[in-house]
Design a protein around this ligand. Structure first.
Ligand SMILES: *Cc1c(COP(=O)(O)O)cnc(C)c1O
Length: 358
């Protein structure tokens, strides 16, 4: 603490990301990164841009990347907004589209950055409880609000809603922006992007994506939002009042190549989904109960063992998973889907931990 801090920062509760330990030979299953590298084409594109042109500022509008994203999703480039990771996109969304008189609504168990942005920007919010099965019940979002935001699939539950649920939510909620954070949508959930295509694009739907998870580029920091051109224009106003160059030359080049390599995306996500099903059944054989997941992680618990204890015992064995001290899920572990080998190591470790305790 310092007397030079402004009053605004004294009251902040910053987001605490999952740890990035520097130890070698860890089985790191705690921050939902891809166990596979990025598309080789993305790496080649980044290498080809590593030259003397780095002395020049990048294209502030990331025009070519917007074009590539628009083409992939059947949209107009004016429907695409880019940021330095989707966390930055979300920050601009909270300030630019969700800060109104009525509270923002999001689930009580969800991405824990949302309340952090609310505090930072002085936005009132209401946490809406998930139903007893940990699902988002859209009927619960039928109250006056300054905006609605949740991930689909939700994090850290992994549970997904269908596109028709999102349409139903939109039909009930026309007075504020609905933000669907699709960070994990490529692992088997239904995207809401088709709702944005063509002349019927709703004025109040925004879909947020990241290249950090399924595209395996968390280290590059690229995220984007898709929506009506008027919403995008609002976000550009915030961005250009904050940082005109959120994406560097390397990020733009790597992201274009990654977006264009759909083949690599479908291969690696299919592999992760297969590993997820294998892991869920192996854990089931040990007595774990796992929520159905459409993401590259699972939320699981064992009726006889405390989540915190399991987290610690795994850690001692060099296996890092995520444990949240959040009401209703304090006995759960959130486990990122790794390679088959990593998941086998995890299951072997849990088998050992449970046998010692019995
Ligand atoms: C990982 C994650 C993000 C942030 O991704 P970045 O693009 O790396 O900033 C946003 N929302 C959810 C729900 C996430 O899990």
């Amino acid at each position: 603490m310092s007397r030079f801090w402004s009053p605004a920062i004294h009251n902040l509760t910053p987001y605490v990301p999952g740890e990035q330990p520097q130890m070698q030979r860890l089985v790191k299953l705690n921050t939902n990164e891809s166990p596979y590298g990025p598309s080789p084409k993305a790496l080649a594109a980044i290498a080809s841009q590593t030259n003397a042109d780095l002395r020049l500022y990048p294209d502030p509008e990331s025009t070519a990347l917007k074009q590539a994203i628009a083409q992939l999703h059947g949209l107009d480039p004016r429907q695409v907004f880019l940021g330095n990771g989707s966390d930055e996109v979300l920050a601009h969304v909270f300030l630019g589209l969700l800060k109104h008189k009525d509270p923002v609504l999001f689930p009580d168990i969800t991405y824990s950055f949302y309340p952090v942005y609310c505090k930072l920007f002085g936005i009132d919010y209401t946490a809406v409880p998930l139903d007893p099965d940990f699902a988002i019940r859209i009927a619960d979002y039928n109250t006056p609000n300054g905006g609605i935001i949740f991930p689909n699939p939700n994090a850290p539950t992994g549970k997904a809603l269908g596109r028709s649920d999102i349409e139903a939510l939109l039909s009930k909620n026309r007075q504020s922006v609905v933000v669907i954070d699709e960070a994990y949508v490529d692992y088997g959930a239904q995207s809401s992007i088709p709702l944005l295509q063509g002349s019927h694009c709703p004025e109040n739907l925004l879909v947020v994506h990241t290249l950090s998870k399924s595209r395996a580029l968390a280290g590059l920091r690229v995220g984007f939002a898709l929506g009506h051109p008027a919403l995008i224009e609002g976000l550009e106003r915030v961005k250009n009042s904050f940082n005109s160059y959120p994406l560097g030359r390397l990020a733009q080049a790597g992201a274009i190549a990654a977006i264009e390599d759909q083949e690599y995306l479908s291969q690696t996500t299919a592999k992760v989904m297969q590993t997820r099903e294998d892991l869920v059944s192996a854990l089931g054989a040990l007595g774990f109960e796992t929520l159905p997941s459409s993401a590259n992680f699972i939320l699981t618990h064992h009726p006889q063992y405390a989540g915190e204890m399991l987290y610690q015992r795994l850690r001692e064995r060099g296996i890092i998973v995520r444990h949240f001290k959040t009401a209703r899920i304090e006995n759960f572990l959130r486990i990122t889907i790794g390679t088959d080998e990593q998941c086998k190591e995890l299951v072997a470790a849990l088998t050992e931990i449970l046998s010692v305790r019995n």
